[in-house]
Structures are given as C-alpha cells and as structure tokens.
Design a protein around this ligand. Structure first.
Ligand code: BGC
Ligand code: NOJ
Length: 813
C-alpha cells in the first residue's frame, strides 16, 4: 500500500494522507541552521548542534507522537452556542478531518496544503541558502462564495538551548526563561544575560492582533497542543514569559472576500551578537541583526526569490550526476533521493533524526568518513574541510575518538576511542576525495592530533599512522585486534558486561590482546591498497613496497585463519575461539566479512570469494534483503556483548542492517555477478518497495538503518530512517558498482556491471571540471568493445582527465 507518490519532475515525494505509518520527515537547511519537519509539520530546529544549540523543543518517544512542531491553527466562529471550527493545514495536532491534504517533501523544503470548508491554506517551509532561519510562506485563500472571518494562530515552543539539560534540569530551567516582544517579533533570550551571545526570534511580516510567549498560558495549564485555550477562545493573552516554558505565538484576525488571498511570512531565526554589542540597554537585547534578517524576508517577492535560489542550488548539485535508463525507479533514486540523503547524512552524521535525539551522539568518526564516500562529488570543498576536521580528532598513535561534537569539533570523551576500524576509514574518505578531485595537496595540510595544534602534522602523516595502527595491533592469528568493536558496534569482544544499564560501548578494557576481527583485515587489504597507491603516486616507493608486504601478509592471514570452509569467519573472541563459524551454534555466518573481504578482492582468484557469495545467498538472503547473521542469537553471550542483547531478527542480531547490503552488491560486481548485484540493489531500495509501505513503515524515499529480518515477527518493518551509512554505500554500489562510473586517480573509469535485462544507459557526470555525456551500450555481434571519448578510443575503459568543458563518451560492453 502507498501513502503518496513520487513527483520526479519537481523532485518531490507527495504524501497524500497525514496518517502515514510513522511521521515521514524531511530535512531543511544545508549548512548551519537545520530543521527536521514531518508530514504533519511536526519537528524541531537547531543551530549547528542538535544538543547544544536547540532552538525548539521536541518530546521524543511521546504518545500521541510528533506533537511539537511548526504549528498553524485556523479558527472560525461557528455562531453563538456552537464550538468554533479549528484545524491545522497539516492536520496535527488538532486532527480535524480535512477536505484535502498534501505534504510535498522536496529538496530542502516542504509544502503543506490543507483545506477545510472552502478555505485553503498552504504553508511552504524552507531554510534559505546561507541564512540562519526557517521561513514559512503562508497563503490563505477563500475558495467559497461568501465572505469569511477567520483567525490564524502560529505556535512554536522554545527549547532552553542545551536539549539535554532542557529535558532534565527543571529545578533551574523553570526559572530562567526570558523573552522580549517588539512589534510582531518575539525574542527568546534565555541565558543571554549571562554566558550566551545568541538568541532566537519568531516573527511575522504582518501586524498581529495578539501574541503569547508563555506556553502554559497559551495552551492553558490543562490544555494541549491539540486544544490550546487561546485558540479555542480565539484570543491570545499577550503573555510575557517569566521562567516556565517560553513559546512564540501570533494571532491574526483575517477577513477574506470570496476568491481573496492573504499571505504572511513567518520566520524562526537564530542571531549571534559580538560580546561588546550584546545590549541596547539593560533590559533590551541589541536587535540590529535580527531586524536585518527580518527585512530580508519582509515581502512575498523576497521570499519567492530566496525559494527560487534554493531550488536552483539543488538543481546545480543534482545535475552533477544524472542517469537515464530503462529503470525509472533506479533513476529517481540515483538522481534525486539517494544523493539528497547523502547530503543529509553528510550534514547530520548520526546526530539528529526522529530516531536519534541529537543529544546522544555527535558526529561519528567512521560514520562521517563513510558519508563522504557518497557525497564528495557534490561539494568537494566541504568534503575537504570535513576530512581535516575529522583527522584533527585522531590521537598521535593513529587511533581516534569515536565521535566528536559538531559545535566544538572536539572529540567526545564520554565514548572515547578503541574502535579499531576507525583509523582505516580516514584513509577511505581521503582516498575518495583525492580520486574525485585529483587534489593531492590535501595531504600536505597541517592537521592537529587530538585537536592540539602543537601536535600538528601533515594529513599524510595521519594516514600513515592510521595504516600503521593496524600493522602494530595484530593478534595471535596475525589478524587485526578488534578493540572495543569494529564496524559492528555491537560485537563487543572485550566488554563482558553483566550489569544492566552499562554501556556496551565503554564497559571493559578498550583493548584486549587476543580478540581479532576478520572484517578489519578485509578493510586493511582494501584501504591499505589505497594507501599504497597514494604512497606510490607521492613517490614514496619504499613505503609503498613496505605497505604492499603488509597487505599481502594480511591477505594470507585471512585465507589461512579467517576462512571457515564456505565463508569468511567473523572474528576470534577473547579466548581465541572462532566467531561466525560452522562450529558455532548461533550466528554461524556474518555478512560483514563476506562483503568487505570480497570487495577487497580476497580469494577472488582462488575461489573463496565466489563461495562466500554463494553462502550469503544460501544462508543470509531473504526477500527483503540480506540479514546480518544467521542463525540469530537466542542467548545473551557475555563474551560477545550487545549483539546478543537484541531479540532475534532485529538490529545487529540478524536484522537486515541495510548499511552492509550494498557491500554485498559491490562484492558481487567485483566478481562480475551482475544479476545478483542488481537483485539485491532492488530489494532494499525504498523506491522499489514503495508498494509495501504499510509493512516497511518508514519513508519510501530514503533508506533506513534496519529492516527486521526473517527471525522477527515484524519481518520487513524498517526502523531508524535517514541517518545511516546505507545512503553513501548504496550510492557507491549503484553508481560505481553497477553503473560502473568510478573516479580514479588519473581519470574516470567506466566499467559497468549491468543486469542482463538492462541494455545500457545514459549518464551525465561532472568530473574535475568536465561534464561527460556518457552512453553505455551492449556491443553488437561484430562491434568492438571499449571506451571512446569524442570518438577516440581509450585504454582500459579510462576517461583521461581533460581540460574540455564537455565531452561525449561511448562505452561498449
Ligand atoms: C546500536 C548500534 C549503534 C550503537 C552506538 C547500538 O545500540 O545498535 O547500531 O552503533 O548503539 O550508538
Ligand atoms: C550505527 C553506527 O552509527 C555505525 O557506526 C555502526 O557501524 C553501525 N551502527 C553498526 O553497529
């Protein structure tokens, strides 16, 4: 069953009923100011850091769900003795049945249109480019034949900045709230008198007939978002918040003749003032910057222009990689939604979604490095800056903080380090950047270790220490020590946690001398080779030779001690017992080493790689994707940790953990298994499973972290949409694996691995300044295979770097 449809021309998903199985959200903002917004205009806003600079409050895990957001209420008197008609154009929270409803989630904007009894309201929400504000462009129209007197109320609930403190420290926070009101602008200035230099504003470009800034007065002490006292009575109280829960609400009394339209612009902004310009006087904040911001959006024309600019930006971003094939659903994902999600994961890492509170984690080291892989072609400049930020959180010994806070860019001490795959992901991210841009100068950038400038070294030295970290942390079988965990945060081999509530991530020693990971071994071979190649290009022959030797040894160790007979082993535990082996009772086979080792080419020539893929099909593949392990854990294993804490079939315990499904897709393409690769690509691709949205439940336009596996009673149900490495990896698996367009150091390689049913495709790809118009087709009986640029045949399916603005490429396979 579907709840909406794709509008590819507008690059939108159009939700046709507010009653989606879960809130289906969108992300507005692309740099510093962000808003999460659901299909009923629920959500919240923050500046840079969802924990430390939260602008509006959100109550996660609530019932009814998704009550906080960017609310508009429409009210009309129904005559004496009758209850007024009250509704929201986006349906929630009042939930009055609407005559029509739609929510169009587009690239960086969402448009809600609701109508009731002849009044139509549309609410266009977006964060303009380079602006720290959420703009709502609101239009009301009387579609009927009689004049109407209606009222419009806006409402947002401010958060007292640190979302975590805001949700826990009520004895203080109920006393600190402060606001100012100037005309139609409400200034939320809690803590501005002391250590903050920022406030937020909620304004509109019309004169108002009333306002409120105290939520308990607007809603009423026993009122609610669904039935605020002020709206029911049709009268704001002009309340001024002193402590408690500051909010922003406007009231407008509007008369509309038949056919008449009324527009108003609301804005929710974030303003910072320099220390010495904080005040106008003792009681009044300096409003200069806020007023300038309001002027930038005080007319419909200015708002329309800002909206057009946003559309234009996305148009430019998405034009860089475009495909047209016989598979419209694939085209739509590649051209629009998959790239869009890559941008969102790049911005958010795993910090703020409807499943990540924004209070727990900052940016993940490995997560952000992987997000780069899918994003780097869009804005390489931002990818470059991100690599340098991430590298700055590395420790001098090559290990790294597992997470860092986006606001401070400092490593997060609470989680610390010890995830032994982390360092190698830095090589992966940097390598992808260099292949995309050819910019080797990034390797010369001086980057601190542990954010300490005194310890700064060129980025190349960071990569060297990343590589060497694995070389110097090998276990008894010559395989990499796992530390706290590798990519699978839940395989905690040195943890041994028996107390409820202990964090699996931080309990136990950060390293044991024995537990080893075959997955990291695969990574070391794959990204070690990238490191070796970079060394060679840099003229570091001795170092490259040395690296090559280590990689060969690792490959041997994997084939000797990491091979179980039919598939790759997963690991050795702290007692050197194999994990992911036919000898185990539970979890005899895991997906991760199959994907990573085959992507690295291990066993490709000797048959193990093909056997590994065969075992994946036989033991792990289901109709909704490949599960992480099989059989699932049914007992808690002290020596394995969190993985065995989940009920069978979900999350890392035999769920379809989408992130690593594209590893299998890629691995299949390494072996030339085109149909198998395609089959799996489709299985987890949201656009291909739109029809089962009632089972899948999360948004049909983005990937989720997890789909319940065959051992779960909720088989096929997804969770944790949006912030997942699945975005970047599926983009790689389709663009580089299946379509075969691969950036390389010396040019762009085109080596497609197309399923039998696909005859070819056309693509447009911007690469180092040249837009390539690529046609891929299957060679006819007597036709020559190969790659031609502007009619000239090239070697090895490689498009050499060119100075032309445009070139046309023919690939015959
Ligand atoms: C989740 C993992 C996550 C880890 C760290 C676990 O509970 O299952 O997916 O990586 O927490 O936050
Ligand atoms: C989610 C985490 O963000 C990611 O870093 C990890 O690899 C997966 N969970 C698997 O545990």
């Amino acid at each position: 069953m579907k709840f909406g449809h794709f509008d590819d021309k507008e690059r939108e998903y159009v939700i046709e009923t507010p009653r989606t199985p879960l809130p289906w959200i969108n992300y507005l903002g692309n740099r510093d100011f962000f808003t999460l917004i659901s299909n009923t205009a629920g959500g919240y806003a923050f500046y840079r850091d969802a924990r430390l600079r939260r602008i509006t409050r959100y109550r996660y895990n609530n019932n009814p769900m998704d009550q906080e957001g960017f609310r508009l209420y429409v009210r009309e008197d129904m005559g004496p003795g009758k209850a007024p008609l009250i509704w929201n154009p986006s349906w929630q929270p009042v939930k009055t049945e609407l005559d029509s409803y739609s929510c169009r989630h587009g690239m960086g904007y969402s448009v809600f249109t609701g109508s009731k009894d002849g009044i139509t309201v549309s609410q266009t929400m977006f964060v303009p480019e380079n602006e720290n504000a959420l703009i709502y462009h609101v239009k009301l129209k009387n579609d009927g034949k009689t004049p109407r007197n209606i009222q419009l109320f806006s409402f947002v609930e401010f958060c007292l900045w640190d979302a975590n403190d805001d949700a826990t420290n009520f004895q203080r926070n109920y006393s600190t709230g402060e606001v100012e009101i100037h005309g139609s602008a409400i200034y939320h200035k809690t803590e501005y008198r002391e250590r903050r230099n920022h406030y937020s504003i909620f304004w509109c470009n019309r004169e108002v007939d009333g306002f409120d800034t105290d939520m308990d007065i607007f809603n009423g002490p026993y009122g609610s978002a669904a039935a605020p006292d002020a709206v029911i009575e049709g009268k704001c109280r002009n309340s001024v918040a002193h402590g408690w829960r500051p909010c922003g609400a406007h009231q407008m009394d509007i008369s509309l003749k038949p056919g008449e339209e009324y527009t108003v612009v609301f804005g929710l902004g974030y303003i910072e003032n320099p220390e010495d310009e904080k005040w106008e006087n003792l009681d009044a904040v300096n409003r200069t910057r806020a007023e300038q911001m309001m002027i930038r959006y005080n007319t419909d024309a200015k708002v329309d222009a800002a909206f057009a600019e946003l559309k234009d930006t996305w148009d430019r971003l998405l034009r860089k990689f475009n495909v047209s094939s016989s598979e419209p659903r694939m085209d739509r994902m590649v051209n629009i939604w998959n790239q869009y999600q890559c941008m969102v994961t790049f911005n958010m890492s795993r910090s703020a979604s409807y499943f990540e509170s924004g209070m727990g984690r900052g940016m993940g080291f490995r997560d952000s490095c992987q997000d780069l892989l899918g994003f780097v072609h869009m804005i390489p400049g931002r990818a470059r800056a991100r690599i340098l930020d991430i590298a700055a959180t590395q420790f001098p010994d090559g290990s790294s903080y597992h997470q860092y806070q986006p606001l401070t860019k400092r490593g997060n001490m609470a989680v610390g380090s010890g995830f032994n795959d982390d360092p190698l992901w830095l090589i992966a991210g940097t390598d992808a950047y260099i292949r995309e841009t050819g910019d080797f100068s990034i390797l010369d950038e001086m980057v601190p270790f542990d954010n300490n400038e005194d310890l700064a070294q060129p980025l190349m030295e960071h990569l060297r220490r990343s590589f060497n970290y694995t070389v110097t942390h090998l276990g008894p079988h010559g395989l990499p020590l796992i530390g706290r965990a590798d990519w699978n945060d839940c395989l905690n081999l040195n943890c041994f946690s028996s107390q409820p509530g202990e964090s699996f991530q931080t309990t136990g020693p950060s390293e044991g001398p024995v537990a080893e990971s075959v997955f990291i071994a695969g990574m070391f071979v794959k990204y070690g080779r990238a490191y070796e190649a970079i060394c060679r290009i840099q003229g570091l022959k001795l170092e490259a030779d040395e690296a090559e030797k280590h990689i060969a040894e690792m490959e041997k160790a994997v084939l000797t001690h990491g091979w179980d007979g039919e598939w790759f082993l997963r690991a050795y535990d702290a007692f050197s017992r194999p994990i992911g082996s036919h000898k185990n009772e539970e979890a005899q086979i895991f997906i991760e080493p199959q994907g990573m080792c085959v992507m690295a080419g291990i066993g490709k020539d000797t048959g193990e790689a093909a056997k590994s893929m065969k075992s994946v099909h036989e033991r792990l593949e289901t109709k909704y994707g490949v599960v992480l392990n099989n059989p699932p854990f049914r007992h808690y294993h002290l020596e394995l940790g969190e993985i065995s804490s989940y009920p069978p079939g979900v999350k890392e315990n035999a769920g379809i953990f989408c992130h690593n499904n594209p590893w299998i897709t890629m691995a299949e393409t390494v072996l030339g298994h085109a149909d198998e690769a395609w089959d799996l690509y489709q299985k987890i691709c949201p656009a291909y499973i739109e029809d089962i949205s009632e089972i899948h439940r999360t948004e049909p336009y983005v990937y989720s972290q997890m789909i319940a596996g065959k051992d779960s009673p909720r088989f096929g149900e997804a969770k944790n949409s949006w912030l997942t490495g699945t975005a970047a990896w599926t983009f790689l698996s389709i663009s580089q694996g299946i379509l075969g367009i691969v950036p390389d150091y010396d040019g762009l390689r085109v080596t497609p691995c197309l399923p039998r049913k696909m005859k070819g495709y056309k693509a447009s790809r911007l690469f180092r300044g040249t837009t390539y118009d690529i046609t891929v087709e299957r060679a006819g009986k007597d036709e020559e295979k190969g790659l031609w640029v502007d009619g000239e045949k090239q070697k090895d399916y490689l498009i050499p770097v060119s100075k032309k603005e445009e070139a046309s490429v023919l690939v015959r396979i």
